[in-house]
Design a protein around this ligand. Structure first.
Ligand SMILES: [Zn+2]
Length: 160
């Protein structure tokens, strides 16, 4: 069985690297056959890209390029935080097998509430990754939420 904690810790490293250059503290990985195929970073601010700048999209695109194929069957997407509806949909279109994440959408919303008087500008769409996957027709995705959640929450405190 794949060591989910080990790979989630790797997404935290990517999140920290993203934060170090001033982007949001998110990170993702694609793992196939227990091997890291790609590392996804958050690029929103540094590349002025609010769409492809999401770490999960970055990881999926890089894995497709590395493997030379559009579909990532049997592969796992690891994310430091629950994927947004766009990234969850991307995992569905790429036929990813399993999605594993640390902090939940609710954790992020709670954090947004705590920081709403500052210049914290995260936005959320109120659809969970599981809701997206349940509505997918023709491909099923397994999910493992909440891996190292308390450690994951510490990423919210990184300055960006
Ligand atoms: Zn996203």
């Amino acid at each position: 069985m794949q060591d989910h904690k080990k790979f989630i810790r790797e997404t935290f490293k990517n999140a920290k690297e993203s934060a170090d250059r001033g982007d949001y503290p998110h990170g993702a990985l694609i793992v196939c056959d227990d091997k890291i195929i790609s590392r996804g970073y958050e690029w929103l601010k540094s590349k002025n890209d609010a769409v492809n700048g999401h770490a999960e999209i970055d990881a999926i695109r890089k894995a497709q390029k590395t493997l030379g194929q559009p579909y990532l069957k049997g592969c796992t997407l690891y994310s430091a935080a629950e994927p947004c509806p766009m990234c969850a949909s991307a995992a569905f279109w790429a036929k990813i097998d399993t999605v594993v994440w640390s902090t939940s959408r609710e954790d992020m919303i709670e954090e947004m509430d705590k920081k709403k008087d500052g210049n914290f500008s995260w936005r959320q769409i109120a659809i969970s990754a599981d809701e997206i996957f349940k509505k997918g027709i023709g491909h099923e995705i397994k999910t493992i939420p909440g891996v190292l959640r308390e450690e994951g929450k510490k990423l919210f405190d990184l300055p960006t």
